[in-house]
Design a protein around this ligand. Structure first.
Ligand SMILES: *Cc1c(COP(=O)(O)O)cnc(C)c1O
Length: 239
């Protein structure tokens, strides 16, 4: 296991927090418009708790198994926990009431399952729709051409609410190319926000990671998901 210290994690949280604040100033936006989510895949609970102690208020986990195993050890009082990784329909039942928002809904089948499981539990499933903004065949996320149709189908489901959009853009060489992709997401976000569809309450645009969150904030992101800049390089367990 990598060496780490409470001070180092606290430093990282403060550094990233400052960079987010700076990006907001640069963008002419208020700091409260952007939420910092700490991405904690592969990060053990003690390190996550160190980040929470240093002020982190939002956590994102990728894998259902890891999330369920780690959650009892996390100091989540007042902290929001989201699922940000790809979700299989057969795991919705396990995870739905364990998280605040599922950020990775990318198909009608998954949305239907969320609504059904939520109905059984007597709640409303809060989700973001993940858009495959780079049109990459290898990536998860809904092709952007299908977004309007999916949202009109979700409007018919009784126990789900779409709170926004999420994306993991492709790796692009130039700042201009990256900002173009983020601005396209922002346009889609605004467009849907203006439509007033049932079960859609657009308030979150989740985009920007360690390497590009400043650019994402400049283009309208309301939620950045940062892992490496907070916790260092991830060490995946050997299989
Ligand atoms: C891992 C991950 C991140 C964080 O990536 P970093 O580059 O480490 O900041 C953000 N979002 C998703 C969906 C991820 O899987």
């Amino acid at each position: 296991m990598e060496k780490w210290s409470l001070e180092q994690i606290a430093d990282n949280v403060h550094r990233v927090e400052e960079a987010v604040a700076e990006a907001c100033v640069k963008a002419g936006r208020r700091r409260e418009e952007v939420t910092l989510v700490g991405v904690t895949k592969t990060v053990e609970a003690a390190r996550v708790n160190a980040a929470i102690a240093a002020g982190l208020t939002h956590i994102g986990e990728n894998y259902v198994q890891e999330l369920l195993a780690k959650k009892p050890e996390l100091h989540l009082d007042g902290v929001r926990l989201d699922l940000i990784g790809h979700l299989q329909t057969n795991k919705v039942k396990q995870v739905l009431s364990e998280v605040d928002v599922i950020q990775s809904v990318d198909s009608l089948k998954l949305a239907q399952t969320v609504s059904k499981v939520a109905a059984n539990k007597g709640l409303t499933g809060r989700v973001l729709v993940e858009v495959n903004i780079g049109d990459e065949a290898s990536k998860t996320g809904l092709p952007r051409e299908q977004l309007t149709e999916l949202l009109s189908q979700i409007a018919e489901l009784p126990h789900i609410c779409v709170e926004g959009l999420m994306c993991i853009p492709p790796i692009l060489e130039t700042e201009a190319a990256r900002r173009k992709v983020f601005s396209e997401m922002y346009e889609m976000f605004l467009d849907i926000k203006g439509k007033k569809l049932d079960n859609i309450d657009m308030n979150t645009l989740s985009m920007g990671m360690s390497a590009d969150f400043t650019e994402a904030i400049l283009e309208g992101s309301t939620m950045v998901r940062v892992g490496t800049a907070l916790f260092g390089h991830r060490v995946y367990p050997a299989k």
